[in-house]
Design a protein. Structure first.
Ligand code: PEP
Ligand code: MN
Length: 333
């Protein structure tokens, strides 16, 4: 249920209403916008007399929210959420370019790529140290030393970074990480999501390979209901019967998610296609359809990459693409 308050309601009256609702055993999510305050009621609202609340002098409207996701529901929070990653803002008109290799491989590789993407205009670095791999014989990432190399790259370039956490036991290693990624394969690892809801760090939540938008939002809800509201969603392609691409970029997911939730939505054209030459066009599509940013794989030597070389752009290709993305952003502004 949401309770929309009239404009300019005195703070004291607002607090009295919140305390009264809390006494009914509800959690109240307060969204103070420029023009209105929205109270989101979470819990068993069957005890709330809607007519009584609606009749209060300070209330302008009361509505039931039928969707099972509450904290991430735009009805609870009409204004776009802006997530701040070490000073880089994502959402609410702030577009972020995140780039870097699939996996951190060695110092030279990560520093070379980090410097190149920074020069091309990226505001954040990506790189996996803990890698979920389909085959147990493939490179699983450098693990803790990989995180150290990401920190070194941050120190050298000033770029904050996002990196994947696969297992909650590893969380102590992620203390000095700017943003934690929950990968597609872990989107419904509910224990992991709940624990990430208890920390105070932005989370990049990628859509699962075969998950619906509602399931993605319910996963965001796990994190937010546990207390961490700093969630950014990512459309990274889903499994379909398309036979020539790794996945299918569900581009309509972006405007649909923007309707349903106030959380920022990124597009990952690299995992969506699996093919480097398709990445530029899908990136432009992502920018044109209103995504809040792009996360793109870039490698200084894609042919010898230990992971996802086929979908990785070379630094000069990324620089060219970044220029076109800026042009699309200006065109649609
Ligand atoms: C990645 O970002 O490198 C990755 C493994 O992504 P996804 O979880 O979307 O497959
Ligand atoms: Mn990858």
């Amino acid at each position: 249920m949401i309770v929309v308050l009239k404009h300019g309601v005195p703070q004291e009256k607002k607090e009295q209403l919140i305390a009264w609702l809390q006494n009914l055993g509800l959690r109240i999510h307060v969204s103070d916008g420029e023009f209105q305050t929205v109270l989101g009621l979470i819990g068993d609202t069957s005890q709330v007399d809607m007519d009584l609340v609606a009749s209060l002098e300070i209330v302008s409207a009361v509505k039931r929210v039928s969707e099972p996701f509450k904290c991430c529901n735009r009805k609870f929070h009409p204004e776009d959420m802006v997530v701040d990653v070490a000073g880089v803002k994502i959402g609410g008109g702030n577009f972020v370019m995140i780039a870097g290799p699939c996996s951190v491989e060695n110092e030279d590789q990560i520093l070379t790529v980090a410097k190149a993407v920074k020069a091309a205009g990226a505001q954040m670095l990506r790189g996996g140290a803990f890698k979920p791999r389909t085959s147990p014989y493939d490179f699983p990432g450098l693990k803790a030393p990989g995180l150290e190399l990401l920190k070194l790259a941050r120190k050298e370039t000033g770029l904050p970074f996002v990196t994947e956490i696969m297992n909650i036991q590893d969380l102590p290693l992620f203390e000095d990480v700017d943003m934690l990624q929950v990968g597609a394969r872990n989107m419904q690892n509910f224990d992991l999501l709940r624990e990430l809801g208890k920390i105070n760090k932005p989370i990049l939540l990628k859509r699962g390979l075969a998950n619906t938008l509602k399931e993605l939002l319910m996963s965001a809800e796990y994190i937010m209901a546990s207390g961490n509201e700093q969630v950014v969603l990512c459309e990274r392609g889903i499994r379909t019967f398309s036979d020539y691409t790794r996945n299918t970029l569900d581009i309509s997911a972006v405007p649909m998610l923007h309707e349903l939730t106030h959380l920022p939505v990124l597009v990952d054209p690299s995992h969506s296609t699996g093919i480097a030459r398709l990445v530029p066009s899908m990136s432009l599509a992502g920018a044109a359809c209103g995504a809040d940013g792009l996360i793109i794989e870039v490698h200084n030597d894609p042919i010898h990459a230990l992971c996802d070389g086929a979908q990785s752009l070379r630094p000069e290709e990324y620089a060219e693409l970044a220029r076109k993305v800026r042009a699309v952003r200006e065109a649609i502004a």
